[in-house]
Design a binder for this molecule. Structure first.
Ligand code: CP
Length: 308
């Protein structure tokens, strides 16, 4: 049985198969409308979510399956002190597959070790968010045709932004990918990503503070919000939160074919005036999240028992 904890749990070939399946689902949804009839997805969310939880639920419903779960720790027996390990053993009796989001790094991995159903990490603290990465990859794959030879600007909270960490892990496997890491000094990419992932694999990257300096060379601009919930004090968050605001003026320096991605939710970092620009694909990206989660549910259930 396979789980998904990190994008690297999928080989390049498996990832290609998943993206191709997502592409087929997008264009032939009727073919998959009954693929998971009789199957249940549990969404166990100990942290707030709009896109991840609801796109997982939408994905399972689109496949003809059912959904159950909880949307906050307070509405589950975690509030009474139940451990993640015990909870997943119980959920394994009720559902065929589980997506779990938890504020603690490694919580999904702990769950997977005690689970008898496939577990999907739907975000663990500031660590990884692999299904957002699959969403980002499907967006790039569908709109750019592949991942090679791209210069990708990652902008904002690179320290706590788990989507950024997962995306870097995933993209370094493709030829001639280059990163421009754009952040204030205090929110720079963690050392373990800079040293153990980028430098160790000899991936070209530069670190900048000014978005304007990077803009003209980018194929993809991946904006992120400052992660309020991971700050230790409000004062630091308030000082950092509006460090980057992408406006039409700044966008005028970008290439005509550059894509703007954002995992969402957006706070202030992209001005709403940018939304109508054809390069702004972040709402389309949220739609791709449904197709890729459908493909993931199908694939993990198929690997488990071949029933879907
Ligand atoms: N992108 C993302 O993870 O959004 P949610 O927090 O709304 O799930």
């Amino acid at each position: 049985m396979r789980h998904l904890m990190s994008p690297l749990d999928l080989s390049v070939e498996e990832l290609y198969g998943l993206l191709s399946l997502a592409n087929d689902i997008e264009h032939n949804p009727g073919k998959y409308a009954h693929a998971c009839e009789g199957k249940k997805l549990a969404t166990c969310f100990y942290e707030p979510s709009t896109r991840t939880r609801l796109s997982f639920e939408s994905a399972m419903l689109n496949l003809g399956g059912s959904v159950l779960g909880f949307s906050s720790a307070d509405s589950s027996s975690a509030a009474k002190g139940e451990s993640v390990s015990d909870t997943i053993r119980v959920i394994s009796c009720y559902a065929d597959i589980c997506a779990i989001r938890h504020p603690k790094e490694g919580a999904a991995l702990v769950a997977s070790l005690k689970s008898s159903i496939p577990v999907i990490n739907a975000g663990d603290g500031g660590h990884q968010h692999p299904t957002q990465t699959l969403t980002d990859l499907l967006t790039i794959y569908s709109l750019k045709g592949g991942f090679s030879n791209l210069t990708i600007g990652l902008c904002g909270d690179l320290k706590f932004g788990r989507t950024v960490h997962s995306l870097i892990h995933a993209l370094i496997r493709y030829p001639n990918v280059r990163f421009v890491l754009i952040s204030p000094e205090e929110l720079r990419i963690p050392d373990y990503i800079r040293e153990d992932v980028l430098q160790k694999n000899e991936i070209p990257f530069t670190e900048l503070e000014r978005l304007e300096d990077a803009m003209p060379e980018l194929d993809i601009l991946y904006m992120t919000r400052v992660q309020k919930e991971r700050f230790f004090n409000e004062e630091d968050y308030v000082r950092m939160k509006d460090f980057y605001i992408l406006t039409k003026d700044k966008l005028s320096m970008a290439r005509e074919d550059m894509l703007i991605l954002h995992p969402l939710p957006r706070v202030n970092e992209i001005s709403v005036e940018v939304d109508d620009d054809p390069r702004a694909v972040y709402f389309k990206q949220a739609q791709y999240g449904v197709y890729v989660r459908m493909a993931l549910i199908l694939t993990l259930l198929k690997w488990r028992d071949g029933l879907c």
